[in-house]
Design a protein around this ligand. Sequence first.
Ligand code: 5AD
Ligand code: SF4
Length: 468
Amino acid sequence: MLPSLLEAKKRTNNEVKNYKYTRCNDYNNIGINKKYYIKTYGCQMNVHDSENIKALLEEMSFSETDSMEDADLIILNTCAIRENAHNKVFGFLGRVKHLKETKPDIITGICGCMAQEENVVSEIKNKYKWVDIVFGTHNLSELPRILNDSIKNNKQEIEVLSIEGDIIEDIPVKRDSKYKAWVNIMYGCDKFCTYCIVPYTRGKQRSRNPKDIIREVEKLVQDGYKEVTLLGQNVNAYGKDLDLNYYMGDLLKDVAETGIARVRFVTSHPWDFTDDMINIIKEYDNVMPYIHLPLQSGSDRILKLMGRRYTKESYLELFNKLKTIPNVSITTDIIVGFPGETEEDFEETLDVVNKCKYDSAFTFIFSPRDGTPAAKMKDDVTLTTKNERLQRLNELVNKYASLNNQKYLNKIVDVLIEDRSNKDGCLMGYTDTMKLVNVKCDDSYLGKLVKVKITDIKTWSLDGELAE
Ligand code: 5AD
Ligand code: SF4
């Protein structure tokens, strides 16, 4: 089965089926004495999918290695959002090919968003015949069977579904952290912003049933997890595709009431942010005051061409409402060099950055994605201008990131200590507002929520020591 962008564009009214993953024991021994290496590109959704892939492989008796050279099975979980993500994957494939020349038995698999792209799959089919399996974002749980088929038939197996439909509960998961967990609350996106490939690669919006989400979070609480991040391409639209009269505000409240120490959520589209959500964030101390609110552009003309459904004015209105949440930190995504963006358009973007003074921002140069409407728009902005705009924007973003961090000096903040740090004698974690802090303490603090006094400020991180 090959992917088709035309098919992927269709939004059917077919009912979304929910069913449970069932393990097939026929594959239990395939990976005995074999190691897998998985490389993950892109967003948290992919990181979490990789946690599922790891568990599926371990059910087949494979064990994990962090060295590609030691691996018998190499999986690339790919991202399609911009061209450089694409190029990185093809670059990495070159390295895998080299390795395969010395170890011909290595099995190679490609999955994730690039596997949902027609042109990528035809390239793999024609030029990368040595890649053994390709599977998409909609049939990840079928990896054991696809892998088994490829080994048994000794041929390239490509299985990518273009029209999604199902939500599969209870896919096994091997979480990277013992303290914080990703929890999908929905799949896909129906917004079709004109530059974005996601509605094609991830399919139509499908919200998980609230009961299944709460059950998952309750289990995480029992297992000692301190933080969950509710994941979706556009979490604020949660529930709009269900017939339950139950939306993101309701879900946030019920997740907060499980008693988990911290609740986060990404990503928010400004269009669907409700007052109810804002009230819940204010009301529940365990819902973190951190919001990622992509702007993309500050120009009404460009926002319209992007299909973003808001104006500069309505974005700023929402932003100001969010600012009434005590101690809130807000970050954003911005694209420069969208087709036809003029200096005036770009200055509108700078104006919003000057008004919002974001805690941080991810900034990108527009990258045309095959099959999206923006890829067909006339793009007369030169690369030099795009680079120059990106640089000007980054200077402004960095100025505000640094200014925002200054406010933390000598303050006492809550940090969930989650890992060792690159800084000697320190562990690292995040504040409730998502600031990275290097804390002077020993390993006994791993997994603990502690009070930290901030002693030094860097542009992208804070240094601190235990305050109690
Ligand atoms: N070109 C550049 N940036 C993009 N993004 C999404 N699609 C593109 C594209 N074609 C950015 C948006 C989005 C973030 C995840 O990636 O800013 O919010
Ligand atoms: Fe892409 Fe827009 Fe959906 Fe975000 S909301 S995933 S930018 S289409």
